[in-house]
Design a binder for this molecule. Structure first.
Ligand SMILES: Cc1cc2nc3c(=O)[nH]c(=O)nc-3n(C[C@H](O)[C@H](O)[C@H](O)COP(=O)(O)OP(=O)(O)OC[C@H]3O[C@@H](n4cnc5c(N)ncnc54)[C@H](O)[C@@H]3O)c2cc1C
Length: 519
């Protein structure tokens, strides 16, 4: 068998973290593996970079937090990687009182959380409802997380497993009815409902009340990771995840060719020919880590457009808040702004009708509070902090029709900070070597240009249910891995695979296992 595998050649198109994951598994099994990456570096959306001239800070330029990367992949591959837990889950300034108060959620939930819920909602029971909801969700996650690395099961089987562990009610509420309806059933207050709702919207332009359940899928992926749904900070930034995978791949003898753009993949089912800027490659197997895999799908329907702004900033210090909360706590987890349930609904309505979202919902994350290793010596000495802002409900089309949309949104975000912070937020922005404020903005149009993400969809396409759906186009049969295509020897090994969205390595793992099961 080993000899047989050694004769097998696999070419992986795209050196994103998923392509590298597949490469590590396949090379470990004895295949001859080549990765072709069009950029001059690997990692795709999982990279770190010094973005601002003269500022020695390595920012997680696109993806920033890790939840869905299974411990099993880290252990299987022996990856040298540290993922840091944070004591704060989120803080949400209350925009109704101009940010004089705010909702704090600790991780795990403690006395301060209960006090904060009661202060904001005036309802001593709201925190209990919250705890009950998340404990049921965690039980669902414990059942589903391990299945992401296995061949697909029928929906009915997963349903039975989930109900046995977590009960019928949560199955119904997460998988059968719109998540917006569920959130309203389970929680009573606009602000607490909004914090939950954001997990159904990050990276997905969706109506929380829609029966298409697109938002439910997004919600699931934000809460299923490793059976806890916790989002962790990768020490050294997101580039450290890719570096660990790249190092492992090289150690296992994988050839990584950067600066090679693939222009075509053809296959007769046995031999694949990959055409590229560096000539033609023949292979027994082609694995596709890039987004435009449609040529190999029986049918395909267009995905939702990307609808998020990614803003990278470096600050001289964190702003103080009007509520008086310590900024290290407020910015220590996810800082939600304009994200109450009603605000999210109103922003969606505006964006859907072609206007800028009003109010403009966003959330921020401060890497340096959890991990200062991304700061160089000068930045450390200056006490710089990083802030990543993720804007919601900003669909691709907005930026096509209005060239000023990016600037307008940025101003809206800064004004929103000013409404809840002491003094001017803009004054906290560090200046680069050219005297420019350290702010880098990427709209969905920019993401399409930089990373070839179709219409800037951060997951390359719509997220999918984690079970076989043979009744839907490309929905996959029970027993398949959700990576198969119309050709036996061409497999999807990235975000476009079923269960593949996010920095998870799941697409890469599953493509490698599907391939190995065919030899
Ligand atoms: C702004 C942003 C923020 C995000 N935040 C998070 C987050 O915090 N946590 C999280 O889990 N996920 C996040 N995501 C999603 C996550 O980054 C992606 O789902 C993940 O990176 C997908 O990995 P991948 O390896 O499948 O594909 P990609 O990262 O898209 O990599 C594909 C690779 O293929 C290469 N390629 C494309 N076309 C060709 C070609 N023709 N020839 C050769 N090479 C080619 C690309 O250059 C790229 O390197 C975010 C994404 C974005 C864009």
């Amino acid at each position: 068998m080993e000899g047989g595998l050694k004769n097998q050649r696999a070419v992986i198109v795209g050196g994103g973290h998923n392509g590298l994951t597949a490469a590590c598994y396949l090379a470990g099994a004895g295949l001859e593996v080549t990765v072709l990456e069009r950029l001059d570096h690997t990692g795709g959306a999982a990279v770190s970079k010094e973005v601002f001239p003269g500022i020695d800070v390595r920012l997680s330029r696109y993806a920033y937090l890790v939840s869905l990367l299974p411990k099993k992949i880290i252990e299987d591959l022996g990856l040298s990687l540290e993922l840091i837990s944070r004591p704060v889950s989120s803080y949400t300034p209350n925009t109704l009182d101009g940010g004089q108060s705010g909702l704090l959620v600790e991780r795990p939930v403690g006395a301060n959380t209960y006090e904060s819920f009661e202060q904001i909602t005036g309802d001593a029971k709201e925190a209990d409802r919250w705890v009950e909801l998340y404990s049921e969700i965690e039980q669902v996650a414990q059942v589903l997380a391990p299945t992401l690395l296995e061949p697909l099961q029928p929906k009915g089987q997963l349903r039975e497993m989930v109900i046995a562990k977590a009960g019928e009610r949560i199955w119904q509420q997460m998988f059968e009815q719109p998540i917006g309806v569920t959130i309203k059933e389970r929680l009573a207050h606009d602000l607490t409902r909004g914090v939950v709702a954001t997990d159904a919207l990050i990276g997905t332009f969706a109506d929380l009340a829609s029966p298409d359940l697109l938002a439910n899928k997004c919600f699931l992926y934000h809460l299923v990771g490793n059976g806890t749904g916790e989002w962790l900070v990768p020490r050294g930034g997101m580039g450290a995840v890719t570096l660990a995978l790249r190092n492992k791949a090289l150690q296992r003898g994988v050839k990584i060719k950067t600066g090679v753009e693939v222009t075509g993949v053809q296959s007769d089912g046995n031999l694949a020919t990959i055409t590229s800027s560096d000539g033609e490659f023949d292979a027994d197997w082609a694995l596709l880590n890039y987004s435009t895999v449609d040529d190999f799908l029986a049918t395909s329907k267009p995905s939702q457009p990307g609808a998020q702004m990614k803003v990278n900033m470096v600050l001289t210090s964190l702003p103080k808040l009007k509520s008086g909360i310590d900024p290290k706590i407020a910015f220590g987890g996810t800082f939600h702004m304009n994200e109450s349930f009603d605000e999210l609904a109103s922003a969606y309505r505006a964006a859907e009708s072609g206007s800028l979202p009003k109010p403009a919902p966003f959330e921020t994350y401060c890497h340096t509070l959890a991990d200062s290793s991304i700061l160089g010596p000068r930045a450390k000495e200056q006490g710089l902090e990083t802030l990543t802002l993720f804007g919601l409900h900003t669909p691709y089309e907005l930026f096509e029709t209005d060239p000023q949309a990016k600037n307008k949104l940025l101003e809206m975000y800064f004004d929103a900070f000013d409404s809840v912070c002491v003094g001017s937020f803009r004054e906290h922005l560090a200046l680069d070597a050219n005297g420019q404020a350290c702010v880098e903005v990427a709209s969905p149009v920019d993401l399409e240009e930089d990373l070839r993400l179709p219409r800037g969809n951060i997951f390359q396409g719509d997220l999918s249910w984690p079970w076989a759906e043979p009744e839907t186009p490309n929905g996959y049969q029970t027993g398949q891995w959700g990576v198969e295509t119309t050709e036996r020897n061409v497999l999807i090994c990235g975000s476009r695979a079923k269960r593949g969205g996010a920095v998870s390595g799941v697409g890469g793992h599953n493509a490698a296992h599907a391939l190995l099961s065919k030899i």
